[in-house]
Design a binder for this molecule. Sequence first.
Ligand SMILES: [Zn+2]
Length: 286
Amino acid sequence: MAVLTPLQIKNLTEQAKQSKGLIPHSVLTPLLSTLQCDIDTLLQALLPVATSFSQAPVSQFNVGAIAYDKTTGNAYCGANLEFSHQALSLTVHAEQAAINNAWLNGAQTISVIAITAPPCGHCRQFMNEIADADSLKVVLPTLETDLKTLLPHSFGPKDLGNEFCLLAAKSHDEIALPEQVSQQLARQFMLAYAPYSNNPAAVEIKTVFHGSFYGRYAENAAYNPSLSPMQSALSQLALAGLTLNCVEVVSITLVETATGHNQKAVAAAVLESYFCDGILQHVLVE
Ligand SMILES: [Zn+2]
């Protein structure tokens, strides 16, 4: 296995922090050539970078995952994110964080995901929602396998008559948004994936010194593994090495539809973990 030095890991972690967990092909390509290894081996070697973004106050069990998009050659870190004094079911798993990160960065395919531990059933189901789930390679510390093998006889989008997939969703550009919704938040709302509830939703966290963070709703055919837009946005904050406890927040806005709204309570619950639920702005659109 290719070994990166502690200094390389430290520098790569700093770089990844600046780009919210994105490791671009311009960084990966020279590493592949220096280490003379294949991409699967390099992704494994980079897992300490992803794992460093884990926030696990409940389990103390840090998990890292890296999703790789062979079309762009970019890699996307993910790490588990737990919320103190909230239901364990609100936890963001590392694989969800990595896929969410790839999606928010515009990836349309994921060919490989490397993970520090075998994926739980919840994550196998979450991964089954992406467009190329059938060919997704899963790289583990002691095994290289694929999602098809890990999730036989699966239930997925097509079983509910959904012709779209996560990473290949339709845009909700038919919905008009009020002026109070920023252009960036409107764009995230348009790209949300909500084929089962028909409630596209997105979140914007504006900070004083660290810019803005966005999250989109990512539904799942099995419902429970769905990722709420607030979890999605907070995962992005974690991939910048931050938490709501350590940043000065300007505003936190959730936008969703008036007809399908289902995100306010979960957003408030997650924010309560940081004593920030009082500042949530809730915008409903027709
Ligand atoms: Zn999991």
